[in-house]
Design a protein around this ligand. Sequence first.
Ligand code: ADP
Ligand code: MG
Length: 326
Amino acid sequence: MSSEFEIIRQYFNQSQSPSRADVIVGIGDDAAILAVPEKHQLVQSVDTLIAGVHFPIETSAADIAYKALAVNLSDMAAMGAEPAWFTLAITLPNDNHKWLKEFSSSLSLLSNKFGVQLVGGDTTHGSLSLSITINGFVPIDKALRRDQAKVGDKVYVSGTIGDAALALSAWQGDCCLENESIDFLNNKLNRPLPQINLGLLLRDYASSCIDISDGLIADLEHITDMSKVGAEINFQSIPLSKEFLLNNITKQHVLDLVLSCGDDYQLCFTIPKSKQEKFESEAKKENAAVSCIGEITSGSDVTCFYNGEILNRPKAGYNHFSEEKK
Ligand code: ADP
Ligand code: MG
């Protein structure tokens, strides 16, 4: 087995990710030294992925690396932050060089795409797991939070909902996918595109924001709980992709996938009515697909309507400590 130093040198050294001017010291010392721009706040988030829990054991190294960084970038998007630096703590079962090479190229591709630099980490031996801590900035007090939604605000989502969940459901053997939709849907599951630009735009418009990782209803409930409000959404306003719709699955299955399953990493956010028109025209200019799906109410629950009738409460979103796992 190569030493951890050898692995770090070969696969995680600075040359793999962009070199930012605000990194005073990156990989190589006991800790990184980083410069936060004036009049900005640091926004930080960590996410851990464990083989067999967050991704199937047979997932490719490239997909694992992509998703680990993408879900962290998505947290930056949900906060309206501009991502800057990340660290990687990785536990490896062996020194499989082919795996490490694929992993590090995929990581560096995505880090270059979003201009985020790998500035440190930790490399240990054990069952495969990885944890990325990401850091970004926002101008002081401009971050998007979960606790500022107000009664009357409109509820929006970006992109299309349910694609990743449908791919996962097919992978788990619950249904078969139509051929023409397989690549599109698997790509949505393995390669979610973090909505960074939309997050930056939302700084000037949204009263609250979250990324959809656990399920639309469960994640919207985080907004309503923290903002002490309720919400009503209309199922038929939720955007579904044509690839999703190609598949002939039961109505109950569609409802579960769209409302209760996660992994899309789209944004769910609220916009005050007074800013709605301007926001929609700005989103159009930036080619950001956004759809209004409902409204914040004075209640305390999230209610979903289908053809004007209230849908029964769908099952809860993903919870690692619940007795019944999906
Ligand atoms: P220490 O023993 O001082 O904690 P390490 O030997 O763990 O340092 O790491 C040496 C350097 O390599 C540090 O700068 C650390 O941040 C970096 N590093 C270790 N593992 C990784 C990794 N997986 N990705 C990026 N940088 C890493
Ligand atoms: Mg040290």
